[in-house]
Every structure is written in structure tokens, then in C-alpha cells.
Design a protein around this ligand. Structure first.
Ligand code: ACO
Length: 325
């Protein structure tokens, strides 16, 4: 049986130049390098410069991904940007990238699922391709989470950072088995009743301001390990593969303890989980493609490898995507 598969042609990433270390943070907020490392694994994060926007980061990541994929702008049918920190309330970051890349056809829009945004975007891109509505898709995850921080709240401001990552997907042919190259499946979930665990206390139709990120860290942590492990199992089961056969797990980078807890729950070696948490912190929708770009560039993820991406974020939203690279 011949099926359409969304195959990854290339990836790229971009980080703002400014690095903020734990020690630097400890000079302005009541925290310490030891506390942050021990509880989260984070050592430093990148912070966008004044005037540097989400679309700036997204644009550079997009250029890197297109180059890596050897795909021209004129070949793109669709741009999807996963972000929760757009430059403006509207229009989308995606249309700004469309203009900046010089793309004069096709469509562009944003997807908002907070830290799960890239997984949601992957699912949307895959479904557009499978439906035949797009052949080549640029999918970007980009965030300036630093703009949503209450820099006096030590329980949140130490966790997040800024950055962007992107992949290029193109329709290819498969036989309908887990041996096919491309996206094998995506699993998406949400539970809107859990709003209060992680949200921003502002917005256009409430306060008229951007607001600050608020989080019940312990509760989010508990849901994360359970939901992420369940979505990994669901994705593997649907694809007919054993989790032990998966070469690489590329998780949303929220906390090293969540990554370790997930690996333990699934009886998997922690080394198979790509971690960039120490260098990047939590970059929300950008964290999965940033980690992908690192592991592809250093040769860990290779063509033909089975790669499981997963995330959980505000909403709550969560999900997983299984890809034969
Ligand atoms: N520095 C020093 N002390 C701190 C800090 C800090 N930055 N933050 C909190 N503390 C203190 C607390 O005030 C508390 O003190 P107390 O015992 O005197 O009351 C103590 O440390 C312990 O606080 P807890 O909240 O119990 O610490 P915990 O071990 O749960 O770690 C953390 C907190 C890191 C936030 C953890 O709960 C976590 O990672 N949760 C998941 C959060 C997450 O992943 N969010 C993002 C996922 S979704 C998304 O990305 C949008």
C-alpha cells in the first residue's frame, strides 16, 4: 500500500547572542546557581536583545533550515510558526516570516499550544501534507519567553529562555509501515480544566496587557511525567514499534528531572534522551527543534533513525510525534 509520508529534509536553529548564567541571575533575584542546577539542570539561557523579536529569531532559524534542507523559498507551500510570544497580537509571526523570506504564494499561520506548540505544528503540517493541500512545509518553533517573565518571581524566571528552531517537511512516498521515512504518527492531547496550573495573567481581551507567566510548578511536574510517558507509549503502539526500538527521544526541555523521570518510567536509558536544558533552559515551542538541530549537527540523529518528539505545556496541552528521520 502506498501512502504519503511527511519527510524531514533538514533542520536549523538560532539563539540570541546574549547568555544569562545562573550566577548572573542570582545577583538580581533571590536564587543560587546550586538551587537552579539541582532542581532543573539549567546552567544558562539565551535572552533576546532589546528590539530583537520572535520573528527575528524565527527568520534566522528558517534560513538555516532551508539551507540545510537545500530547499528554495519558491518551493514552499506553507509556513507554520509555533509560538506563544508573537511580535504583535496580530498578524501572525508566520506571515512576517513569509514576507521576510520573499515568499509570495501559499499560506502562513501560527499555532498556539505553548510548550507543545512544535508537536501540534508537526501534526498540522503532517495532516496538510497527507491531505495533499501542501507539498513542502516550513515548520518553525520560536519564542521570546523572557518577555513573559516576572523577573521578581524566582519560581518562574530562572526556568525560561529564548530561541528558535525549524524543520522543512516534504511529501514523499511510503509503504505504510514503520520502516517508512517521515512522520509515522502524531498524538495530541489537552485538558482545559488544568488552566490554572500554567497560564499568563494578561491578554488583549482581559487586561489589555501582555501579562506574566504564572505556574504551580509541583503540579505541572507531576502531570508532565505521566502525560509525556503515556503519549510516548500511545505513539509507539499506534506505529507498531516497541519503545525500546526508538533510537532518540527529543523531549521538550522543561526540566532535567522530568526527562530523567520519563526515562525511568519507561525503563529506557537516559542517554537516549537528547538534553539541551543546561544551555538553553525552557524555550517553550522552540525547545524541541533546537534540540533536534543540536543532535543532527553533532551526528547523533542520522537518516533512518527512529526519533520520538514530545512535549507538555500550558492548557494543559501535550503530545508526541514519531518520525523516521
Ligand atoms: N531559587 C531558590 N529557591 C527557590 C526558587 C529559586 N529559583 N524557586 C523556588 N524556590 C524555593 C521555594 O520557595 C520553596 O521554598 P520553601 O520550601 O521555603 O517554601 C523551595 O524552593 C521548594 O520549592 P518547590 O516549588 O517545592 O520546588 P520544586 O522541587 O518543585 O522545584 C520547579 C520547582 C523547578 C519549578 C519544579 O516544580 C518544576 O520544574 N516543575 C515543572 C515546571 C515546568 O516544567 N514547567 C514548564 C513545563 S510546561 C512549559 O514549559 C510551559
Amino acid at each position: 500500500m502506498s501512502v504519503i509520508r511527511s519527510q524531514v529534509l533538514g533542520c536549523g536553529a538560532f539563539l540570541p547572542a546574549k547568555i544569562l548564567t545562573n550566577a548572573e541571575l542570582a545577583r538580581t533575584v533571590d536564587t543560587s546557581d546550586e538551587w537552579i542546577r539541582a532542581r532543573t539542570g539549567i546552567e544558562r539561557r539565551h535572552i533576546a536583545a532589546k528590539g530583537e523579536t520572535t520573528s527575528d529569531l524565527a527568520f534566522h532559524a528558517a534560513q538555516a533550515a532551508l539551507k540545510n534542507a537545500d530547499v528554495g523559498v519558491d518551493e514552499l507551500d506553507l509556513i507554520i510558526v509555533a509560538t506563544t510570544t508573537p511580535d504583535e497580537t496580530f498578524p501572525s509571526v508566520a506571515t512576517k516570516i513569509q514576507a521576510r523570506l520573499g515568499m509570495t504564494r501559499g499560506a502562513a499561520f501560527d499555532v498556539q499550544a505553548v510548550c507543545s506548540g512544535f508537536i501540534y505544528g508537526l501534526s498540522v503540517a503532517d495532516n496538510f501534507i497527507k491531505a495533499g493541500q501542501a507539498k513542502t512545509v516550513l515548520l518553525i518553533g520560536a519564542e521570546t519567553m523572557s518577555r513573559l517573565m516576572d523577573w521578581n518571581d524566582r519560581t518562574t524566571c530562572v526556568l525560561f529562555g529564548d530561541g528558535a528552531g525549524a524543520i522543512v517537511l516534504r511529501a514523499g512516498e511510503g509503504a505504510g509501515s514503520a520502516k517508512d521515512r517521515g512522520v509515522l504518527n502524531t498524538k495530541l492531547y489537552s485538558d482545559g480544566r488544568l488552566h490554572d496550573l500554567l497560564y499568563v495573567d494578561g491578554g488583549p481581551s482581559t487586561t489589555g496587557t501582555t501579562g506574566f507567566l504564572r505556574m504551580q510548578g509541583k503540579e505541572v511536574f507531576k502531570h508532565a511525567v505521566i502525560n509525556i510517558a503515556d503519549s510516548i507509549l500511545a505513539s509507539a503502539k499506534e506505529a507498531g514499534v516497541d519503545v525500546a526500538e526508538i533510537d532518540w527521544f527529543v523531549p521538550h526541555q522543561a526540566n532535567q528531572r522530568i526527562l530523567d523521570g520519563t526515562a525511568r518510567r519507561l525503563h529506557l536509558p537516559g542517554e537516549r534522551f537528547i538534553s539541551t536544558i543546561a544551555e538553553h533552559g525552557n524555550t517553550s515551542a522552540a525547545s524541541v527543534p533546537l534540540a533536534l538541530a543540536v543532535a543532527v549537527a553533532d551526528g547523533r540523529i542520522k537518516k533512518g533513525d527512529l526519533v520520538l518528539m514530545e512535549a507538555m505545556g500550558g492548557g494543559l496541552t501535550w503530545g508526541a510525534g514519531l518520525v523516521r528521520w
